[in-house]
Design a protein around this ligand. Structure first.
Ligand SMILES: [Zn+2]
Ligand SMILES: [Zn+2]
Length: 473
């Protein structure tokens, strides 16, 4: 349903999904026929002559790029230029209001070959290109230009791709990265198995064993996603990158919200759906959090941003069901995905869902100014006591005793969240020890280290909170 109101922020313009006109991407008919459909023009839609509703000068995408305008929605409202600047504006706002990229940073963009990460790469590149131009033009050259690297995680050991297709896909990727204007970007192609050891053969063996120890399709897919993050963290750490950028968009987050609900990850859900996720050693950024996959697809077609189809794996199990369910919902009402994300956005984020504050005064002041400007509340919540060993989700109960008692299978299972316990860990406690022995060292070390470091942080924050309240009373 749409509210059909000009002031509604949800973007639920009834016209978008009320008739066949839209699905066929023709500009809406005007006058009597519109009224006879019961659709008033109050919903913010007024391009009766196929003109862009923003600049009111250029023709809409639907008129100028008929092959592109598959999604309806924005293509019948905006011209290409306004659409582009609108989308880039959402990206830039996410980046600046969350302090995602600072001039001295090296940023690693995770590139899967899909439209989300393709657009993320393009936008990060455009931002870098602009800073480079400003740098060249400035006299004192005081502000450095942030660096950009690109990483592709090769998962073909788990999801095999015919070697011809793989090679040509990889060639296309290299071409995409190398043809972006200077500054040049480093491109990393790293197989998942390298999280075990530099010796790929040994790692491959270990990874294959781990994957085949998980019987559940959903669990296997989820595990691979966690390993992907570990791989990105490894590349970033080893090559001096300070931030990781993902192309996760509203549509993907909407799916994650429903997946997490079904898997019983309510406690940790809010950690996964924010702009910033700094629970990792290298903080992870989601600058496309407010962009729909349909918008990203449109931009890719509009600007001929090439995506690599052969690397796109259809989702399976619960994740696959949810993906098609959300797609159906979105088809019926184009504001559904945003609604799901906004609803879940009411959950309180964790304290690690922002860029960690810099120690020195300038950084602190800048951060305070930003908080004031964007009305963000300062962090007052305590960090969680422990994290799931598999997926790094914050856990409700303390996991401190877990690593002191390595032989006790039952205790160790408690280090995993209930979702991982159900979907990924073996049911049989006797095979649990074997399963844990197959996990990459970095996974176990991370769980242990983050537990200790967050304990320290908790103590520090607790002290501050006490002294604050003392001052106040
Ligand atoms: Zn326009
Ligand atoms: Zn977990």
């Amino acid at each position: 349903m749409s509210c059909n109101s000009g002031t509604c922020e949800s973007g639920c313009y009834r016209e978008e999904y009320s008739g066949d006109d839209v699905r066929h991407n023709r500009p809406l008919v005007t006058g009597n026929s519109q009224e006879s459909n019961g659709v008033s023009s109050r919903g913010g839609y007024s391009n009766s002559h196929g003109l862009c509703i923003k600049c009111k000068v250029n023709e809409t995408i639907a008129s100028t790029h008929q092959s592109v305008a598959a999604g309806g929605g924005d293509s019948i409202r905006f011209c290409a230029d306004c659409f582009r600047s609108n989308l880039f504006g959402k990206f830039r706002f996410a980046v600046t209001s969350n302090a995602m990229i600072s001039p001295s940073d090296n940023v690693l963009v995770a590139f899967s070959g899909g439209p989300g990460s393709r657009v993320a790469l393009q936008f990060v590149h455009e931002m870098q290109h602009k800073s480079q131009k400003n740098f060249d033009a400035s006299r004192d050259r005081s502000l450095p230009v942030f660096g950009v690297g690109v990483a592709y995680i090769d998962e073909s050991i788990i999801f095999p791709i015919p070697s011809n297709d793989f090679d040509s896909g990889l060639d296309e990727m290299k071409l995409i990265v190398s043809s972006l204007a200077p500054p040049a970007k480093q491109f990393f192609v790293v197989p998942t198995e390298s999280i075990y050891s530099p010796d790929c053969a040994a790692g491959r063996d270990q990874l294959t064993k781990l994957a085949s120890a998980v019987n559940d399709v959903t669990g296997k897919e989820d595990l691979l996603e966690h390993l992907r993050m570990l791989s990105l963290q490894k590349i970033a750490t080893e090559n001096g990158y300070a931030k990781i950028v993902l192309g996760t968009c509203t549509s993907r987050i909407a799916c994650h919200v429903l997946e997490a609900t079904i898997k019983g990850q309510g406690f940790s859900l809010s950690a996964d759906i924010q702009y910033v996720d700094a629970r990792w050693e290298i903080p992870v950024m989601l600058p496309l959090r407010d962009c729909l996959s349909e918008e990203l697809n449109t931009l890719c077609s509009l600007d001929s941003l090439k995506t690599i189809e052969v690397f796109q794996q259809p989702r399976s199990g619960i994740n696959g069901l949810i993906a098609s369910f959300v797609k159906l919902l979105q088809h019926e009402n184009p504001s559904r995905e945003s609604t799901i994300v906004r609803t879940a956005g009411k959950l309180t984020p964790f304290c690690f869902n922002r860029i960690p504050e810099v120690g020195h005064d300038n950084g602190h002041l800048a951060s305070q100014r930003r908080q004031k400007k964007y009305n963000l509340k300062p962090n007052e919540s305590l960090p969680p006591e422990s994290f799931c060993i598999i997926c790094n989700s914050p856990l409700k109960k303390s996991g401190n005793t877990i690593f002191n008692d390595l032989d006790d299978g039952e205790t160790r299972a408690a280090a995993a969240c209930s979702s991982c316990q159900y979907q990924i860990l073996p049911r049989d406690l006797s095979s649990l020890e074997y399963f844990y022995s197959l996990l990459p060292q970095s996974m176990c070390a991370r769980a242990r280290d983050s537990s200790i470091s967050h304990e320290l942080l908790r103590d520090q924050i607790q002290d501050c909170l006490l002294s604050d309240s003392n001052d106040g009373t």
